[in-house]
Every structure is written in structure tokens, then in C-alpha cells.
Design a protein around this ligand. Structure first.
Ligand code: TYD
Ligand code: MG
Length: 475
């Protein structure tokens, strides 16, 4: 039927709609983000968007005073994973819409299947709707997860209206939609996963969540080039956005809060992917530095703070004289430009001939961190490898490094040192500016350094000033 072939343009990033193509989105300023899609058949009434992002909401509401609003003490529901509860701000707020985003294959379905199992075991009614996998596939997966029980109900469905009907009749407490990119509505044109479909599905789910008091978890795949509507524009519509990330080769996964209308967003949860599903990692530090080879040159332990949580990491550096004219540098798990900058500071302030050297920097365990407090650790690892001199065993290093080679104070020094103390560390090399805050800490030696020279002097053996780097190191 060539009835209405009218098309509109949507911004892939924020969902801004325009009758013509634009190079830059006037709403979110993203470049080259417009895609053409058939216009939704239902005439949208622009400008009539209520607080929850619903378009064309029915009757206008009545203005109220806050004192008239019943502030029911929010009862939070535990997901059975304390790491997830932490990221959600203390558990699930009933009737919220939660987006779980992440690369395909990272473990979103596994996580939500396990959460469904946990919730059902705690006596909640759960409906798991999959548009991606057949019931058989889900069963196979559930079997791997061990004792799953029979309390969760499953449905393979991609039609939005059918889903809405079922939610209205069944009224489960919690629903999982896996994934939003597979759900579509017949009377909305556009393939499943297109901007118009995703937006329509999400707004219907939002109304169902709020109207029926159902908590809905939505799975959203992030695609590299945003060919299908990335969950980006979804983020504006939902209450909570969690991203599941991690190196697929490494076992650990990080669940990060990106947006949360019911709590802070800077918490992270750490999980490990095992043969029988995801396991919580309550002590990520122990997990990330367990294999540390003590006293190897080029290895330094530092403490980053993710959210309010200190996490200890091992920074490894391999620095040696380059065989070619153009030195090679890589930085895995941290900011490449920052590493280059730190190497330039070392070269200029301490006179090391690093511009002749290849340098490979790696955060062990596949963790990705870009925090200024890592600077000193990176610098120490580079110098340690360059001079083939190790730090004393059980030493923690953190601090920000400035362009003049000064070591600057960082936030939350106490939390970082306390974590080191917990893991039996004996020495901490910290910015001098942080010493005051660490006065009361006992049980380990704290060395305050004010510049790179002082920091580097903590390295044990090796040549004192920037001499020839050892020709080959194979640690
Ligand atoms: P999946 O949850 O399907 O990822 P997503 O829904 O994000 O696309 O699973 C991700 C990977 O996890 C999959 O490649 C297999 C692996 N996996 C395990 O290692 N152990 C397990 O117990 C399960 C269920 C999956
Ligand atoms: Mg999946």
C-alpha cells in the first residue's frame, strides 16, 4: 500500500524529529546523526509531551502542592544481587523503567535471567519476555545457571500490542523485555529496532509501568555505528540506565549506573562471568590484583575510586629502546593521550630519553579506568620498567601528575589507603597534599611525595638518573 510514504528524520542520539535532514542536531548537537524513517502513522502532537516523555497525553493534569502529594516511603525490592542493588541505589523501586544496555554478548540476558530467578524465589511474580531467543534456548541457558526453579514465566513475543494486553491481564510485578530492538508495533512503520519503533515501544512500556505499577527491565543493545536506534534516545525516557560493560575476553563485568532517578549514578557493581552464570565480586581489588608478581619491574599497584568504591589495580609498563625510528606506544585500559603526556613530562622534567623507547602500558585484568589519580602509578610503572627497578613489595601508589612534574592531591585518599590496608599492604606513596587527610591512618607506612623526583627515588635498585635503558627486558 502506497498510502503514506511520508518520511521524517530522527536524530539517532536523542530522538529529535525533523521534517528535513540536518547535519547537526539542534537538540543534542550531535553531528551527522539524522536517519530517515517513515513517519509514524499516528499523528504525533508535537509539544504535548508530559513529564514522563509521553506524547499526546490525555487530559491535562491538575496543579498540586507538594504537601498534597503522598510521599510513600519507597519500599525497595532486592534483586538478590547486592552489587546490582547498590547500583540501583538500594534495590528496585517498584513501577520503574530500567534500561540495561551493553554490547551484544556481554551478559545482559544472563544477568536479567538470574535476577528473574532471584525475584521469583523471593516470592515476586516475574514475566520474562524474549524476542531474541526461543523458549528452548532460554531453557538451555537457565539449565546452565543451576537451580532455577519454576517460578518465572516466559513468553516469546515481539508484538507490542500483544505484550501490552498480556501485561494488563496478568499484571506481574516485574517484567523483562529482551530486547527493545526486537519489539515492534504493526501500525507504526519502520523495521523493529528503528528509531520510530523503539521510541513507540518505550513510551508504551513507560505507560504500562506507571499505569499498572509494574517494574520493567528493558534490554538494549548498543551498536557501534548506531545503525539501529541505539539506546541513547531511550535514556531520556526511562528512570534508570545501567550499562553492562567489560572486556569480553576477561571474565569480569562492570555494571555502571549512567542515570538514576532514584539514587546516585556513580556506583558500580562488579560481576564475574563463570560457566554457571554471573557471580558477584564483592571484593574487586582482591580479584584484580591477585596474580600480581611481586616486585617485578614495570608493575605498580594503584587505587582508583569508581563511584564511592576504591578499586585496586595493577598497572604494567614495558618500556625499552625502540628498534625502529618511530617508537610504538599503546595504552590498554587507560587513556592513550594521557600516557603520552605523562611520558613527555618524564622526559622533560627528569631527563629520561623516552622518545627513543617503545612503551606498552596495560591495566591488568582488562579493567578500563581513566582517572587522574592513576597518573603517578603510570609514571612509576614506566620508570620502573625503564630503569629495571621495582617498587618495594606491597606498595600502593596514587596521585595526579601535573605538567611541571608536581604530584597533586587527589580525592578520597582515605578510602584508597584503607583499601590497601585491608589487603595487607605495608607502604603507600601518596601526594604530599593528601598527607593531612591520612594523619590518623595507622598500620602502614605512608610516604608523601611532592614531585616526580621524590616519587622515583622510592624505586629500589637501578641507575639513579636517566642513563641508558636496559636493552631487553622480558618480564
Ligand atoms: P548473553 O547473556 O546472551 O549476552 P547478551 O544478552 O548481553 O547478548 O551471554 C553472554 C555470553 O556469556 C555468552 O557468549 C556466553 C557466556 N555465558 C557464560 O560464560 N556462562 C553462562 O553461564 C552463560 C549463561 C553465558
Ligand atoms: Mg541477549
Amino acid at each position: 500500500m502506497a498510502k503514506s510514504t511520508k518520511t521524517v528524520f530522527y536524530c539517532k542520539e536523542c530522538g529529535y524529529e525533523s521534517p528535513r535532514f540536518m547535519g547537526q542536531c539542534p537538540a543534542c548537537r550531535a553531528w551527522n546523526s539524522f536517519v530517515e524513517a517513515p513517519a509514524a502513522k499516528e499523528a504525533k502532537q508535537p509539544g504535548r509531551v508530559d513529564l514522563a516523555g509521553r506524547r499526546g497525553a490525555a487530559a491535562p493534569g491538575v496543579p498540586r502542592r507538594l504537601s498534597e502529594v503522598e510521599a510513600e516511603a519507597e519500599a525497595r525490592v532486592s534483586t538478590g544481587f547486592s552489587e546490582l542493588d547498590l547500583v540501583l541505589g538500594g534495590g528496585i523501586v517498584p513501577a520503574s523503567l530500567i534500561l540495561v544496555g551493553g554490547d551484544p554478548g556481554i551478559g545482559k540476558s544472563t544477568l536479567l535471567l538470574q535476577v528473574s530467578g532471584n525475584l521469583a524465589r523471593a516470592g515476586h511474580s516475574v514475566l520474562y519476555i524474549s524476542g531474541e531467543e526461543s523458549l528452548r534456548q532460554i531453557k538451555l541457558r537457565a539449565d546452565r545457571l543451576g537451580a532455577f526453579g519454576d517460578e518465572v514465566r516466559f513468553l516469546c513475543e515481539t508484538d507490542l500490542d500483544a505484550i501490552a494486553e498480556i501485561l494488563k491481564t496478568e499484571k506481574p510485578e516485574t517484567v523483562v523485555i529482551d530486547s527493545i530492538q526486537t519489539i515492534c508495533r504493526e501500525d507504526v512503520t519502520g523495521a523493529p529496532g528503528s528509531v520510530s519503533q523503539v521510541r513507540e515501544s518505550t513510551s508504551v512500556l513507560l505507560q504500562l509501568a506507571k499505569g499498572l505499577g509494574i517494574t520493567i527491565f528493558i534490554v538494549g543493545h548498543v551498536t557501534k555505528d548506531g545503525q539501529v536506534a541505539g539506546p541513547r534516545m531511550l535514556e531520556h525516557m526511562v528512570d534508570t540506565v545501567l550499562y553492562f560493560e567489560g572486556d569480553k575476553q576477561a571474565a569480569y563485568r562492570i555494571l555502571r549506573g549512567i542515570k538514576n532517578r532514584f539514587g546516585s549514578t556513580n556506583e558500580i557493581g562488579v560481576f564475574e562471568m563463570a560457566e554457571d552464570g554471573l557471580r558477584e565480586v564483592p571484593n574487586p581489588s582482591e580479584y584484580l590484583i591477585q596474580e600480581t608478581t611481586a616486585k617485578a619491574s614495570g608493575s605498580v599497584i594503584t587505587a582508583a575510586v569508581e563511584g564511592n568504591r576504591p578499586i585496586m589495580l595493577e598497572i604494567q609498563a614495558l618500556v625499552f629502546r625502540s628498534g625502529f625510528g618511530m617508537p610504538r606506544r599503546t595504552a590498554a585500559g587507560t587513556d592513550y593521550n594521557r600516557v603520552n603526556l605523562l611520558m613527555a613530562v618524564l622526559e622533560k622534567r627528569l631527563g629520561y630519553r623516552l622518545s627513543d623507547c617503545d612503551a606498552y602500558i596495560n591495566i591488568a585484568g582488562g579493567m578500563r579506568v581513566a582517572e587522574p589519580s592513576l597518573d603517578l602509578g603510570i609514571v612509576m610503572a614506566i620508570v620502573s620498567s625503564y630503569k629495571d627497578a621495582a617498587l618495594p613489595d606491597k606498595t600502593l601508589v596514587f596521585g595526579e601528575v601535573g605538567l611541571t612534574g608536581e604530584v597533586r592531591a587527589v580525592s578520597q585518599p582515605k578510602a584508597r589507603v584503607a583499601e590497601a590496608l585491608k589487603l595487607g599492604f605495608s607502604t603507600c606513596i601518596v601526594p604530599k597534599g593528601n598527607l593531612k587527610a591520612l594523619k590518623e591512618i595507622q598500620g602502614l607506612k605512608i610516604i608523601g611525595v611532592s614531585d616526580l623526583k621524590e616519587a622515583v627515588s622510592c624505586l629500589e635498585k637501578g641507575k639513579q638518573t636517566g642513563g641508558e635503558p636496559p636493552q631487553d627486558q622480558d618480564n
